[in-house]
Design a binder for this molecule. Structure first.
Ligand SMILES: Nc1ncnc2c1ncn2[C@@H]1O[C@H](COP(=O)(O)OP(=O)(O)O)[C@@H](O)[C@H]1O
Ligand SMILES: [Mg+2]
Length: 265
């Protein structure tokens, strides 16, 4: 049986879709059969991030309602042989009312077929997030290192805790190490303390992601992308590989040199 990992956030624009798309690609590059599922109903983006938008015929609501089979709706990525995509409906969020029992069945069969199912979800506590929460095995919360994103992430973390025992890990994205060093950006220790969830990865702000959007090349496939490298390492941790994460508590004195080191290779 595979694992369903929900990528969620409190605030919009923290990088959920970027992380979900690149984790899907990275896991497939690590030879894990993976499916990236878009549950951001009505505002789908994952298809564009993965460059498959013109291949969509059916989406997950078609599968749940019986208009299409899973095989009809699964799109095999042409560049990555172990990556599939299941899209969400576009532009009609009201029409995306899903039968939760049937949705559960769709995810059960994805679990049987794939090693990893990565769900991209809407920001906050929208329907698509709540549906996804009910079917996932674990959650990765993506936040940026600012108070409002952290507070919203904390609110989502409380809802996850209230609704069941799902393990939650944190990604802090769009980090500027030099701004932290200058005391302008919140430091990572404080971010982690504010939410009380241990991080599975830190991702720097990276202009290479704009190139990724233009060229269609995934960040994890771009050797110049530090964000891509960070997300690739997160994928390795997901598969159980020991990839060193900074020990913020004990290495506080060398925190900035460690952070720079981490993003330098
Ligand atoms: N580490 C990063 N460095 C620079 N830009 C980023 C980074 N992560 C995400 N972005 C950009 O931020 C914007 C929002 O990201 P997106 O993944 O769509 O967020 P969400 O799905 O949470 O709304 C996109 O333009 C994306 O390219
Ligand atoms: Mg998104």
């Amino acid at each position: 049986m595979g694992k369903i990992i929900l990528i969620a956030s409190g605030k919009g624009g923290t990088g959920k879709t970027t992380v979900a798309a690149n984790l899907g690609v990275a896991l497939s590059k690590l030879n894990r059969l993976s499916v990236a599922v878009d549950m951001d109903m009505g505002l789908r983006n994952l298809d564009i991030s993965l460059g498959i938008e013109s291949s969509i015929v059916y989406d997950i609501s078609d599968v749940v309602s019986g208009r299409a089979t899973i095989d009809d709706a699964l799109i095999k990525h042409t560049r990555y042989s172990d990556l599939y995509v299941l899209s969400s409906p576009q532009g009609n969020a009201d029409g995306a009312e899903l039968d939760t029992k049937k949705l559960g069945g769709v995810f059960e069969s994805l679990k049987e077929r794939f090693d990893y199912c990565i769900i991209d979800s809407p920001a906050g506590l929208d329907k698509g997030f709540l549906y996804s929460l009910s079917v996932c095995d674990e959650v990765i919360l993506v936040t940026t290192p600012d108070v409002s994103a952290l507070r919203d992430a904390d609110r989502v973390a409380s809802v996850i805790e209230e609704t069941g025992e799902k393990p939650v890990r944190l990604i802090i994205n769009k980090i500027y190490p030099s701004l932290i060093e200058d005391g302008i950006m919140m430091n990572i220790d404080d971010c982690v303390d504010m939410i009380g969830i241990s991080p599975i990865g830190l991702i720097p702000q990276d202009t290479e992601l704009f190139k990724a959007a233009l060229s269609g090349l995934a960040a994890v496939d771009n050797p110049d992308s530090k964000a891509g490298k960070a997300i690739y390492n997160i994928a390795r941790r997901i598969t159980g590989e020991e990839v060193p994460v900074m020990d913020f508590k004990t290495e506080k004195k060398t925190f900035f040199s460690k952070l720079k080191e981490l993003f330098a290779n």
